[in-house]
Design a protein around this ligand. Sequence first.
Ligand SMILES: Cc1cc2nc3c(=O)[nH]c(=O)nc-3n(C[C@H](O)[C@H](O)[C@H](O)COP(=O)(O)OP(=O)(O)OC[C@H]3O[C@@H](n4cnc5c(N)ncnc54)[C@H](O)[C@@H]3O)c2cc1C
Ligand code: FES
Length: 440
Amino acid sequence: MIRSLQAIHNPFARSATAALTAFSAITLASAIVIGTTKAKDDAYKTAFYAALAGAGCGALLGWVYAGTSQTTDEVRDEPSSPPLEWHTWKDWRNFVVARKVKESEEITSFYLQSQDGGELPNFQPGQFLTIKLDISGQAKPVIRTYSLSDYVEPHTYYRLSIKREPIPAGLDVMPGIASNFLHDQIHEGDVISAKPPSGKFVLDVSKPSPVVLISNGVGITPMISMAKALTQLNPNRSIWFFHGARDGRFHAFRDEVKAIAAQNPNLMLHFAYSRPRAEDIGHHHSVGYVDAGLIQSLMVQDADYFLCGSPPFMESIREGLKQADVPESRVFFEMFTKATKTTAERPLEDASDVENAEIVFAQSNKTALWQAGADNLLEFAETNGLNPPYSCRQGICGTCQCKLLEGEVEYVETPTAAIDDGSVLICIAKPKPSRLVLDV
Ligand SMILES: Cc1cc2nc3c(=O)[nH]c(=O)nc-3n(C[C@H](O)[C@H](O)[C@H](O)COP(=O)(O)OP(=O)(O)OC[C@H]3O[C@@H](n4cnc5c(N)ncnc54)[C@H](O)[C@@H]3O)c2cc1C
Ligand code: FES
């Protein structure tokens, strides 16, 4: 009934419909009761008053429901732009938060529907969306990258599932800007801009080989998309789904993953809880971490491995797979954040900050003079009025990669994304003396 009410946009009509439905339902129910029992004479009167009261409640429900859904309806009824064809979406596009769902103590999902009502392009499981948030107190829009955490064809919505980033232990800094804003300030009916799905951490659904999906914490997000896509599109493929969480409170999507497994007999599940509570009994398969030992004990022959989770977790699993002679070409991974820098990862001590360099942005036909102190080539390009594509700004996602036509760069951080020959990640690179030509 709620869904039918949702379809009626006029609040008066919605209220009247709900009232009439409630009146009819109670009258019918009373008639059945009176007709089939030895009801007393005043039962008719009672039934009549009950039907009136029901109609009143129905009217109220219809009216209140109109009120709560108004924001979303208003947004949908007055699209800010004409519907987009999926292939014309290149830059920022507005999305309405159609649903906001708490998945665990830390993770909340946001279901996004295009505000213009146009189609949503397909994506490869594992890809992410880049979103832009206007947050008061921030000098410029805050841009962040979030994996698509669902896969339902045809795509009528995109789902992002976001962990609230707390202040790291022992540090006197701000909590995560975007994640806390999304959790606290973004509600159903609000609008968020996003770029089209992107990313290279993708699963080729058509391959026949077994797949091992390994995650901990919020690293589960791309894994759900992969498991669901395989279940829908290639259900004969064997899937192992390993996930680690502290306990049931921090285990997002437990029931959703169990539901995928119930639907797909070729999906094997293993949940490991590091500190299970008494009430978690029956909800996990082992106590401890998902680690190299666990993966090796269940070693699957000829499989592709997909890893996503905290940096130490990924390091340990990758090392374990290496020791088990799994070829690197079969191991795919994505990090949401960088590991705390070890000495080995720090920029080279002798990496000098070049005083002056001529930077030529070939595509844009623009030349500018780099001066010591600038952070990286991406920020330098933006300062000079250019708008190269980017997402994570940390060397993780590869979005800012461009051809280096002349010259050399040095990285201020160790890149995580795979870099094509002759290309550069400008978000973490500085020029080496003294001339650089970029295909930007
Ligand atoms: C490809 C990709 C996919 C991703 N997918 C997801 C996903 O599905 N779900 C998800 O939740 N996240 C995902 N992320 C991570 C996400 O993009 C954000 O990095 C994350 O939400 C944190 O952003 P924030 O603005 O909340 O935190 P930020 O403001 O960027 O801060 C991050 C952390 O640093 C701390 N901090 C702040 N200042 C300092 C300082 N001076 N020194 C040290 N620490 C400091 C903050 O307290 C916080 O804990 C993904 C990232 C990538 C690259
Ligand atoms: S923007 Fe992500 S690697 Fe540069």
